[in-house]
Every structure is written in structure tokens, then in C-alpha cells.
Design a protein around this ligand. Structure first.
Ligand code: EPS
Length: 389
């Protein structure tokens, strides 16, 4: 299973081609569109989100609501393209020297990308490094998520920190039923489970916005209903925790990842960190606690996966930061007209969907086949084997 995506932030569209999806899986376009709507929401977004109305178009690989086994093509139109047609034109005659971007923004890919790809117009870098690309990755992840639903695998995401305002994580919320968690998260404008913290986070965002500044934060994703043994210990590149970390860090502006208790493990002794093993007739093998966050030895333990990612404050600021013009080499103060003050709530949706893709990838590596029926047979036979272990 793999996918490639393409598209510029202000170009005509984002496109993904997904290969290796078995046949016979139910896919709901409405579920993909709901995920896209969720990604567009969240307190702290800028004016661009009033222009875009993300909706997926499926151009291949699905007929009558089911996957056919052929490559699946997804497209999301950029409504803003109509304002950028000249600047984003493919036609050489439309090139306009005056519209060139020569001032790299600190914290962005602009300068490194410009030097590496030898562009004198930094728009060639910023258009592709933009977080607009996360829209198509959410669409791909939503499709992947739907492939896992028949096997009882579900995921949820929320925000646990914005600008230093900390809220409860899944460890403290484990006793709350999934539906209740989910509806409380969806009701919060910043996808935070605690009402009081939601208000505090919104105040921090307002403050940052008034100061021409931006805020980052922490998002957390939980995956439930996993079988034991997805991923593997045998090769570095088959370890599920390593793959999840890679995909989380591939989200624009993400700077760190924690699995389970994460960095807190440095402050504790081994006996306080590792999860004791138990067994019961009804449940088989299990862990008494889940500090490992559902992965040991690069493989799922069968306990929920708990993974967090930290997003840096968006580097496109109204407040000027010092930079250098690549043509004149003069110092200037970089400031920008339009940006999000905080996109952490949106990033929680993105994190949930890149995790969904990675879990589906590992799932279909373990249970491989060309059709739903073939995969279901394999899954059931493995679960029987696990039960008898
Ligand atoms: C982004 C800058 C802003 C965001 C954009 C990501 O876009 P613009 O420069 O057009 O105002 O709105 O996010 C999205 C378009 C999106 O769909 O999330 C950036 O530089 O990364």
C-alpha cells in the first residue's frame, strides 16, 4: 500500500493516487468530507478557511461505494486558485518578475528549499511546503480509517496543550466511554476535552492574534481495537513506533513525538515504567497498565496506541522577524498579510489521519490479500491462533 500526493497551496487542486487497496471495502464519501470539514475548523484559523470548502472527488478505484482493487484517485479543489491563476500559471508567457518572492520567512522551508532547488522565486518552495497539503492527507487517512472499521479498529484525536495551557490526556480519560469523549472533543472549538481549558486556550489564541503572533501546542491520538502483532521487531524499518513517529513528524510544523508516557520515562525507574503482564480466560494476555502506549518491540501489544505530537507556532507571523532578501542581501523585517494564528485543532485531525494511514499500512502488511473476503479470512484465522496461544 502506498500513495503519492501532489498539488500547490494556490494551484488548481490537490491530488492523491493510492495503490494497493484491496477490493470489496465500503467507502463513504460523506465520511471523508466530514473529516475534511473537521480539519478546516478550529479556533484560530485565518481567512483562507473562509474561501476553501474542501470536498473530495473520487476519480478512480471505487464503484457503487466499494473499492475495486484498482488505484484510487482523490482530488480536492483549491477554491482560492481563481485568485492566483496568473501567479500559478504553467505558461512561460505569464511569468512576472515583479511577483517574485525573494524574501524568505524565518522558520519556513523558503530559504533552504530555494538554495537546494536553485530557485530565485521562493514561491516555488512555499507553495508545496504549505500545510494546505494536509487536506489531501486527511482524505487518504479517512479512506484508510474506513478500511479498518470492519475489524473494530477506531481512532480519536484531541488537543492537550495550546500555548502552554495544558489539558487532560487519554491516560486521565481512559474511564470515559469513547462516544462521550468523541462528542465532547467535537463540541470544543479547540478540540479540547475540558470546557474551562477550551476557554483559556481561546483567550491565549486571541492574545497571540492581537500581538501579531502565533501559537503551537500538543495533539494526542489514541487507536483502539488493535490486534497484537502489527509491525515487527526484526528490521528497523518495520517497527511500528518508528513508522508512526516518521509520519507524525512529516506533518508541517511538527517537531517532536511521544509514544505512551514518552519523555516522562526519563524521570522514572524501570519498575515504574514497564507494564506487567497478566492473563485471563476471557481476555487472554494483557498488560496491567499501558505506559508503553500500545507498542513494545516495534509491535502492537493489543492495548490502545497513545501517541502525541508537538506543533511549533506557525512561522508565518504578522509580527516581523529579521530576515535577508536573497537578491539584495539586505536585512528586512519579514511580516505577512494572511495566516492562521493557531492551527493546532486542525493538526489534531491531521495527526489522527496520518496515524490511520500508518496503522492501515501495517494491518494490510500483516493481513495481505486482494479482497476484503481474503483479508477477513486471514484476520479471523490469526485471531483464533492468538486466542489459543
Ligand atoms: C499555510 C498558510 C495559510 C493557511 C494554509 C497553510 O494559507 P494562505 O497562505 O493561503 O493564507 O491557511 O492552510 C490551508 C490552506 C489549509 O487548508 O489548511 C502555510 O503556509 O502552511
Amino acid at each position: 500500500m502506498r500513495f503519492l500526493d501532489s498539488g500547490e497551496s494556490h494551484g488548481p487542486q490537490l491530488t492523491a493516487i493510492i495503490e494497493g487497496i484491496p477490493s470489496g471495502f465500503d467507502i463513504s464519501i460523506e465520511k471523508i468530507n466530514q473529516a475534511l470539514r473537521n480539519r478546516q475548523q478550529g479556533y484560530g484559523r485565518g481567512r483562507r478557511m473562509q474561501i476553501e470548502k474542501d470536498q473530495v472527488k473520487i476519480l478512480s478505484g471505487i464503484r457503487f461505494g466499494k473499492t475495486t482493487g484498482a488505484p484510487i484517485t482523490l482530488v480536492i479543489e483549491n477554491k482560492d486558485f481563481k485568485h492566483w491563476q496568473d501567479i500559478m500559471s504553467v505558461d512561460a508567457d505569464d511569468e512576472n518578475e515583479n511577483k517574485r518572492v525573494s524574501r524568505p520567512r524565518p522558520g519556513h522551508a523558503d530559504l533552504n528549499g530555494g538554495i537546494k532547488y536553485n530557485h530565485r522565486d521562493l514561491r516555488n518552495i512555499l507553495e508545496r511546503s504549505s500545510a494546505r497539503e494536509t487536506a489531501i492527507r486527511v482524505a487518504v487517512g479517512s479512506l484508510a480509517k474506513q478500511l479498518l472499521t470492519p475489524f473494530g479498529i477506531h481512532m480519536l484525536s484531541h488537543v492537550t496543550n495550546i500555548g502552554g495551557i495544558q489539558s487532560k490526556g487519554f491516560y486521565q480519560l481512559a474511564s470515559m466511554p469513547l462516544e462521550q469523549l468523541s462528542s465532547r472533543i467535537d463540541q470544543s472549538e479547540v478540540r479540547c476535552i475540558e470546557n474551562e481549558k477550551t476557554e483559556q486556550m481561546k483567550k491565549e489564541i486571541d492574545k497571540a492574534k492581537n500581538d501579531g503572533d502565533t501559537l503551537g501546542g500538543v495533539v494526542e491520538v489514541v487507536v483502539l481495537g488493535l490486534p497484537v502483532g502489527l509491525g515487527s521487531h526484526v528490521h528497523w524499518d518495520r517497527k511500528l513506533d518508528a513508522r508512526l513517529a516518521q509520519s507524525m513528524l512529516s506533518i508541517q510544523a511538527f517537531k517532536g513525538v511521544e509514544i505512551g508516557i514518552g519523555f516522562e520515562a526519563a524521570n522514572l525507574s524501570g519498575s515504574q515504567v514497564h507494564d506487567e503482564i497478566a492473563w485471563s480466560e476471557e481476555k487472554g494476555f494483557m498488560r496491567v497498565t499501558n505506559r508503553a502506549g500500545g507498542i513494545e518491540g516495534g509491535m502492537t501489544t493489543g492495548e490502545p496506541i497513545i501517541i502525541r505530537g508537538v506543533m511549533k507556532p506557525i512561522p508565518t507571523l504578522y509580527k516581523p522577524l529579521q530576515s535577508i532578501d536573497i537578491d539584495t542581501k539586505d536585512t528586512y523585517e519579514a511580516s505577512i498579510e494572511r495566516s492562521d494564528a493557531c492551527a493546532v485543532p486542525a493538526a489534531s485531525i491531521v495527526a489522527e489521519h496520518v496515524v490511520s494511514w500508518e496503522i492501515a499500512h501495517a494491518f494490510f502488511e500483516k493481513f495481505s490479500g486482494d479482497s476484503y473476503q481474503e483479508i477477513k479470512n486471514q484476520y479471523q484465522s490469526y485471531m483464533k491462533q492468538v486466542e489459543g496461544y
